[in-house]
Every structure is written in C-alpha cells, then in structure tokens.
Design a protein around this ligand. Structure first.
Ligand SMILES: *[C@@H]1O[C@H](CO)[C@@H](O)[C@H](O)[C@H]1NC(C)=O
Ligand SMILES: *[C@@H]1O[C@H](CO)[C@@H](O)[C@H](O)[C@H]1NC(C)=O
Ligand SMILES: *[C@@H]1O[C@H](CO)[C@@H](O)[C@H](O)[C@H]1NC(C)=O
Ligand SMILES: *[C@@H]1O[C@H](CO)[C@@H](O)[C@H](O)[C@H]1NC(C)=O
Length: 402
C-alpha cells in the first residue's frame, strides 16, 4: 500500500466506521433507545423531545418489529403522544421511571392526557418501569365536580395488543383510560395512588370490545376498574383492589349515545378496605340501554362497605324527581362464590329500576358477614323479579317483586 492509498484506506475506514456507528446507534435490529436521542436519565432535564424523536424514528422503521426502549433511570417528560399507524409492529420496553413535570402543560389537541398511545395494532408494552403523574398538587383542585385533569396513560384505537409489567403512580385523574380499543390485554400492572386522591380510577374502559385485565394490584382513590357505557366482552381476573371504590359497571344512561354493556366477567378478585365490591350503577334519570350477561365469581371481600351493589337510583345531586326511574335494563347477572365481610350492615344492596325491574339475577354460594361485632349482615332488594338462589346465600334476599 503506498502512502496515498493508505490515507484513502484509513479515511474510508473512518468514514465507514462513522456511518456504521451512526446507523448502529440509531437502530441495532430495529432497537431505538431514548438515550440515543439525547434523553437525560437524571429526572430533571426535560426529555419530551427526545421521547418524541425516538418514537418517530421507531415508528418509521421498515423492518417487521421496532423496539422503543426507555432504559433504567428517571426521565422528566411532558405530555407526549405515541401515535400510529407505524410501519413496524411496536415493542415498547419501559425499564425507566417516567415522571410528569410539576406543572403539566397539556397537549392543546389532547388536553386530557399526559402519555398517550393511539392507533396501533399488535403493540406490546413491557418492562417494569413506571409512569408517575405527580398528581398530589392537582388533587386539592379536583373536587369530583366534572372538571377534567390529565389521565396518566391513555390507550385509544389500540387493537390486538398487550400491556404488561408497568406501574402507574399518582395520576392527576384516571391512571389508565382504554378508549375504542379491540382485544387489549392489560396484565401484571401495579397501580397506586392514595385513598384520598379524587377521581383516580385505576382503569376506565369506554367504547371497547375484548379488554382483559389480569393479575393486577390496584390501590387508589376511586374505582379500581370502571366499565363505562358501550363495552362488550370485558374480563377482569386476578385483580386485588383496595383501597378504592371497587369494580364498577357505570355510571350508565346519562347520555343519549350510551349503548349496551354486555358479556362481563369478574373472577378471582380480592377486595380489601374498599367502598364497594362489585357494583352496577345507572342514573335514575336515564336513556335506555341493556346490561346483559355478567358473571361475578370467586370473590373475597374483606372489610368492604358495600360488597354487592346494584344501584339504579343514582342521583348524586339528589335532585331527581321521585317519579324518575332508570330506563337501563339489567338482566342475566350471576353472582357466585362470594365470601367475606362488610363494614356496613347491608351486604347485598339491590336497588333496581321501578319501570325496568332487574330480571335473571342469580345468587350461588354467597357468605357475607358484617365485620362490626361479627353481626349478621342483611340485604335490601327492590324491584327485582324473583332471583334464582343456589346453595347457601347469606344474607338471605327478601325481594319486593313488581
Ligand atoms: C382496530 O379495529 C377496528 C375495528 O375492527 C378498526 O376499525 C380499526 O381500523 C383498527 N385499528 C387499527 C389501528 O388497526
Ligand atoms: C425488573 O426490575 C428488576 C430490578 O431492577 C430487574 O432485576 C428485572 O430484570 C426487571 N424485569 C424485567 C422484566 O424487566
Ligand atoms: C356471556 O359472557 C361470557 C364472557 O363473560 C361469554 O364467554 C359468553 O359467551 C357470553 N354468553 C352469551 C350467551 O353471549
Ligand atoms: C339492616 O340492619 C341494620 C342494623 O341492624 C338496620 O338498621 C337496618 O334497618 C337493616 N336493614 C334492613 C333492610 O333490614
């Protein structure tokens, strides 16, 4: 090799090295890490742009799968939307702690969210990182008065996807919102906020089909899981709830567009020190829709105020005329293998609609005691067409059938 040739060789090697390392940094086998896009892992420097840039690169990757990685460390991130459709299937590996700024400027177009995933199919979110909404300073302003604060993590238009392992901490409002999703599985999540934090529902599901929540621990200030209007095939298993307000279907029937909620399974769940256990709630003044085919099975209640409750007389402002009666029809609902303790005397409370009595209710093997002094629990049962009783059901039901 002469001198010129060796210079050329060296410089082309350097050039080659430079190009290959640049490419390698951005995507080894389709892996895109926020740390390669200038995210700072000290939890103090705003890394929002780095997260957005990493997402854009990963979403445009042309291989079959792109991996978006948040390595260990703490990252200060403002509101950000991870939007599809993407060219590749997205695997999102969250090992770090993602932290909201103390003053959260909301997205102008999506003011209700901090972190948002939307329009993706075949997505996987994994890792044991966390999303901390830093909600404490918001809670005193959040008076359960309808004012909306950002959701920690929103999933909109997500199909055939799985979210596993991650945690949601101290959300300003809901922790996780599932909206217009089809076949979304949430598993092994940890959701925590103080009992006193208002409106911090664990998972709220709306307008979705085929959502499952499994093996998840939820301690929060509102419903652990709330299933709103227009949902079908929702399965909740292996959820530990408490503190919190329980697992609820509702409130239903407030808006004209509220549609049926069908095929719900809540199985093998535990409630500890919650306001409610399993609940169906409809507005007393309501539009018509149907609740059909629910099973609540294999449930342990420990110190729960209202372990089993159907409330069709919901009227929080207390201003509904006595003559109003919910147009929501509740039918084909099975409660089985439910045992434990209530903290209020009425362990089973069934307040159905006068104009649309509950039909097809079935109770099998229910053993609920009143925690206070070991007293016998009792029940209320209004506007229920004769329920089916199988095995021992305590407290006994004494229903006024219309
Ligand atoms: C998800 O499924 C719905 C209904 O099947 C469909 O309309 C929508 O385009 C799908 N979205 C994605 C991101 O694949
Ligand atoms: C979760 O975190 C622990 C402790 O940092 C680590 O050892 C483990 O590998 C992580 N698990 C996953 C699935 O990332
Ligand atoms: C009732 O819902 C369950 C899911 O909980 C489902 O497996 C079953 O097929 C539904 N039954 C009917 C008759 O649709
Ligand atoms: C249930 O028991 C409590 C306490 O003994 C009593 O005050 C209440 O009236 C009872 N309610 C019904 C519906 O029997």
């Amino acid at each position: 090799m002469n001198f010129v040739a060796s210079i050329l060789f060296i410089s082309s090697s350097i050039l080659f090295f430079f190009i290959s390392t640049t490419v390698a940094v951005v995507a080894v086998n389709g892996t895109f890490s926020v740390s390669d896009f200038k995210a700072v892992s000290n939890g103090k420097v705003d890394s929002t742009a780095a997260f957005a840039d990493t997402w854009t690169a990963a979403c445009n990757y042309t291989g079959p799968t792109a991996k978006f990685v948040v390595p260990k460390g703490a990252y200060l991130v403002g509101p950000v939307a991870f939007s599809g459709p993407c060219t590749a299937k997205m695997v999102i590996q969250i090992d770090g702690r993602i932290i909201a700024p103390a003053v959260l400027k909301t997205m102008p177009e999506k003011p209700n969210n901090w972190i948002m995933f939307e329009r993706l199919a075949g997505m996987l979110i994994t890792g044991n990182g966390s999303f901390n909404g830093m909600g404490a300073d918001t809670w005193p302003k959040n008076k359960r008065n309808g004012k909306v604060f950002p959701t920690n993590i929103q999933f909109s238009f997500i199909n055939d996807s799985t979210v596993e392992g991650i945690s949601s901490i101290d959300s300003r409002m809901f922790h996780i919102m599932v909206y217009k999703c089809v076949n979304l599985k949430l598993t092994k999540l940890t959701i925590t906020a103080p009992e006193t934090s208002p409106n911090t529902d664990g998972v709220h599901i709306g307008l979705s089909d085929g959502v499952t929540i499994t093996d998840t621990a939820i301690k929060t200030g509102d419903d652990c899981v709330s299933i709103g209007p227009t949902n079908s095939r929702i399965t909740v298993t292996g959820v530990k709830c408490g503190p919190g307000h329980g697992i609820s279907v509702g409130s239903l029937g407030k808006y004209k567009d509220d549609k049926d909620v069908t095929d719900i399974l809540v199985k093998t769940c535990k409630f500890h020190l919650t306001m409610n256990g399993v609940r169906i709630k409809t507005w007393s003044e309501s539009f018509p829709l149907i609740c059909k085919n629910y099973t609540f099975d294999d449930i342990i209640m420990s110190s729960v105020e209202n372990p089993i409750i159907i409330d069709q007389q919901y009227c929080p402002a207390g201003n509904c005329p006595k003559t109003t009666s919910s147009k929501v029809k509740i039918t084909d609902i099975k409660f089985s293998n439910i045992k434990g303790t209530s903290t209020l005397p009425v362990a089973i409370k069934l307040l159905c609609s006068k104009s649309n009595p509950c039909t097809g209710l079935s109770f099998e093997k229910i053993q609920l005691k009143n925690k206070v002094g070991g007293a016998v629990a009792n029940s209320t049962c209004e506007n229920v067409v004769k329920p089916t009783i199988i095995g021992v059901v305590k407290p006994a039901l004494n229903c006024t059938t219309v």
